[in-house]
Design a protein around this ligand. Structure first.
Ligand SMILES: [Zn+2]
Length: 178
Protein backbone atom coordinates (compact mmCIF):
# COMPACT_ATOMS: atom_id res chain seq x y z
CA UNK A 1 0.00 0.00 0.00
CA UNK A 2 1.51 3.35 -0.99
CA UNK A 3 1.19 6.57 1.01
CA UNK A 4 -1.72 7.92 -1.03
CA UNK A 5 -3.75 4.70 -0.69
CA UNK A 6 -3.01 4.60 3.00
CA UNK A 7 -4.10 8.16 3.69
CA UNK A 8 -7.32 7.64 1.73
CA UNK A 9 -8.22 4.69 3.94
CA UNK A 10 -7.34 6.68 7.07
CA UNK A 11 -9.67 9.48 5.96
CA UNK A 12 -12.43 6.97 5.25
CA UNK A 13 -12.09 5.50 8.75
CA UNK A 14 -12.44 9.01 10.18
CA UNK A 15 -15.48 9.80 8.02
CA UNK A 16 -17.28 6.46 8.36
CA UNK A 17 -16.35 5.29 11.87
CA UNK A 18 -14.84 7.95 14.11
CA UNK A 19 -17.05 10.84 13.03
CA UNK A 20 -20.44 9.14 13.65
CA UNK A 21 -19.34 8.06 17.15
CA UNK A 22 -17.96 11.55 17.82
CA UNK A 23 -21.21 13.16 16.69
CA UNK A 24 -23.16 11.17 19.27
CA UNK A 25 -20.63 12.08 22.00
CA UNK A 26 -20.57 15.81 21.17
CA UNK A 27 -24.38 15.75 21.34
CA UNK A 28 -23.90 14.61 24.97
CA UNK A 29 -21.56 17.51 25.70
CA UNK A 30 -18.23 15.89 24.88
CA UNK A 31 -15.39 17.23 22.72
CA UNK A 32 -14.83 16.40 19.05
CA UNK A 33 -11.70 14.25 19.60
CA UNK A 34 -11.82 10.67 18.42
CA UNK A 35 -9.47 7.89 17.48
CA UNK A 36 -9.15 4.44 15.98
CA UNK A 37 -6.78 1.51 16.31
CA UNK A 38 -6.16 -0.11 12.94
CA UNK A 39 -4.55 -3.17 11.45
CA UNK A 40 -1.39 -2.03 9.68
CA UNK A 41 -1.85 -4.22 6.60
CA UNK A 42 -5.50 -3.47 5.74
CA UNK A 43 -6.19 -0.33 7.83
CA UNK A 44 -9.40 -1.92 9.05
CA UNK A 45 -10.39 -0.88 12.56
CA UNK A 46 -9.85 -3.06 15.60
CA UNK A 47 -11.36 -0.39 17.84
CA UNK A 48 -12.84 3.09 17.56
CA UNK A 49 -13.35 5.57 20.38
CA UNK A 50 -14.50 9.10 21.07
CA UNK A 51 -14.11 11.71 23.77
CA UNK A 52 -16.12 10.97 26.91
CA UNK A 53 -14.75 13.54 29.34
CA UNK A 54 -18.21 14.37 30.67
CA UNK A 55 -17.93 11.03 32.50
CA UNK A 56 -14.34 11.56 33.64
CA UNK A 57 -12.05 14.47 32.63
CA UNK A 58 -9.26 12.13 31.55
CA UNK A 59 -11.45 10.05 29.20
CA UNK A 60 -10.21 11.83 26.06
CA UNK A 61 -10.85 10.49 22.56
CA UNK A 62 -7.56 8.58 22.52
CA UNK A 63 -7.94 7.16 26.01
CA UNK A 64 -11.40 5.87 25.06
CA UNK A 65 -10.01 3.73 22.21
CA UNK A 66 -7.14 2.49 24.40
CA UNK A 67 -9.56 1.53 27.20
CA UNK A 68 -11.86 -0.29 24.81
CA UNK A 69 -8.94 -2.00 23.02
CA UNK A 70 -7.40 -3.46 26.18
CA UNK A 71 -10.80 -4.68 27.34
CA UNK A 72 -11.02 -6.96 24.30
CA UNK A 73 -10.57 -10.57 25.37
CA UNK A 74 -8.15 -11.08 22.49
CA UNK A 75 -6.39 -8.40 20.51
CA UNK A 76 -3.35 -8.14 18.26
CA UNK A 77 -0.17 -6.71 19.85
CA UNK A 78 -0.27 -2.90 19.90
CA UNK A 79 3.18 -2.86 18.29
CA UNK A 80 1.67 -4.26 15.11
CA UNK A 81 -1.15 -1.72 14.87
CA UNK A 82 -1.60 1.88 13.81
CA UNK A 83 -3.05 4.54 16.10
CA UNK A 84 -5.16 7.16 14.32
CA UNK A 85 -6.04 10.33 16.26
CA UNK A 86 -8.28 13.05 14.89
CA UNK A 87 -6.43 15.70 16.95
CA UNK A 88 -2.82 16.20 17.94
CA UNK A 89 -2.74 14.48 21.34
CA UNK A 90 -2.48 16.26 24.67
CA UNK A 91 0.47 15.27 26.92
CA UNK A 92 -1.62 12.60 28.69
CA UNK A 93 -2.77 10.96 25.46
CA UNK A 94 0.67 11.25 23.85
CA UNK A 95 2.15 9.35 26.79
CA UNK A 96 -0.73 6.86 26.91
CA UNK A 97 -0.11 5.96 23.25
CA UNK A 98 3.54 5.33 24.15
CA UNK A 99 2.70 3.33 27.30
CA UNK A 100 0.29 1.21 25.24
CA UNK A 101 3.06 0.22 22.85
CA UNK A 102 1.84 1.70 19.57
CA UNK A 103 4.65 2.48 17.15
CA UNK A 104 2.87 4.50 14.47
CA UNK A 105 0.61 7.51 15.07
CA UNK A 106 -1.36 9.40 12.43
CA UNK A 107 -2.98 12.77 13.17
CA UNK A 108 -5.55 14.82 11.26
CA UNK A 109 -5.74 18.19 13.06
CA UNK A 110 -2.71 19.95 14.51
CA UNK A 111 -2.79 22.02 17.71
CA UNK A 112 -2.91 25.19 15.59
CA UNK A 113 -6.18 24.13 13.93
CA UNK A 114 -8.36 23.86 17.03
CA UNK A 115 -8.15 27.41 18.31
CA UNK A 116 -11.92 27.70 17.90
CA UNK A 117 -12.49 24.84 20.34
CA UNK A 118 -11.69 26.23 23.81
CA UNK A 119 -11.83 22.83 25.49
CA UNK A 120 -8.86 21.70 23.40
CA UNK A 121 -6.68 24.73 23.99
CA UNK A 122 -5.26 23.57 27.36
CA UNK A 123 -3.53 20.77 25.45
CA UNK A 124 -0.81 23.02 24.04
CA UNK A 125 -0.70 25.12 27.21
CA UNK A 126 0.07 21.94 29.17
CA UNK A 127 3.00 21.08 26.88
CA UNK A 128 4.33 24.62 27.31
CA UNK A 129 3.69 25.13 31.01
CA UNK A 130 4.38 21.62 32.31
CA UNK A 131 7.31 20.70 30.07
CA UNK A 132 8.45 23.83 28.22
CA UNK A 133 7.91 22.22 24.82
CA UNK A 134 5.52 22.78 21.90
CA UNK A 135 4.23 19.18 21.58
CA UNK A 136 5.61 15.76 20.78
CA UNK A 137 8.47 15.03 18.41
CA UNK A 138 7.77 13.23 15.13
CA UNK A 139 10.38 10.58 15.94
CA UNK A 140 10.53 10.21 19.68
CA UNK A 141 11.88 6.74 20.44
CA UNK A 142 8.40 5.38 21.23
CA UNK A 143 6.52 5.97 17.98
CA UNK A 144 6.64 7.96 14.77
CA UNK A 145 4.05 10.68 14.26
CA UNK A 146 2.64 11.34 10.79
CA UNK A 147 0.38 14.11 9.51
CA UNK A 148 -2.55 13.15 7.27
CA UNK A 149 -2.68 16.67 5.82
CA UNK A 150 1.02 16.64 4.92
CA UNK A 151 0.60 13.28 3.20
CA UNK A 152 -2.44 14.56 1.26
CA UNK A 153 -0.50 17.62 0.10
CA UNK A 154 2.23 15.48 -1.49
CA UNK A 155 0.04 12.69 -2.92
CA UNK A 156 -0.38 12.19 -6.68
CA UNK A 157 -4.19 11.95 -6.26
CA UNK A 158 -4.18 15.10 -4.16
CA UNK A 159 -7.45 16.51 -5.60
CA UNK A 160 -9.45 13.40 -4.74
CA UNK A 161 -7.97 13.27 -1.23
CA UNK A 162 -8.42 16.99 -0.70
CA UNK A 163 -12.14 16.70 -1.53
CA UNK A 164 -12.50 13.96 1.06
CA UNK A 165 -10.52 16.04 3.55
CA UNK A 166 -12.67 19.11 2.88
CA UNK A 167 -15.85 17.14 3.68
CA UNK A 168 -14.32 15.94 6.94
CA UNK A 169 -13.07 19.45 7.81
CA UNK A 170 -16.57 20.81 7.34
CA UNK A 171 -18.12 18.09 9.50
CA UNK A 172 -15.69 18.82 12.35
CA UNK A 173 -16.15 22.58 12.00
CA UNK A 174 -19.90 22.00 12.46
CA UNK A 175 -19.25 19.92 15.59
CA UNK A 176 -17.07 22.66 17.08
CA UNK A 177 -19.78 25.25 16.52
CA UNK A 178 -22.46 22.97 17.98
ZN1 LIG B 1 -5.82 13.84 25.54
Amino acid sequence: MNGAEKVKLLLEVIRDEILPLTESETARGNVSCGSAILRADTLTSVMVGADNRSTNPIFHGNIDSINRFFKLPVHPPAEELIFLATHAPCPMCAAAIAWSGFKELWILFGHDEVETEPTLLPSLAMYRDLFGVEGIRNDNGFYTRHSIKKQVATSPNRDELQALLDDIDRAYAALRKG
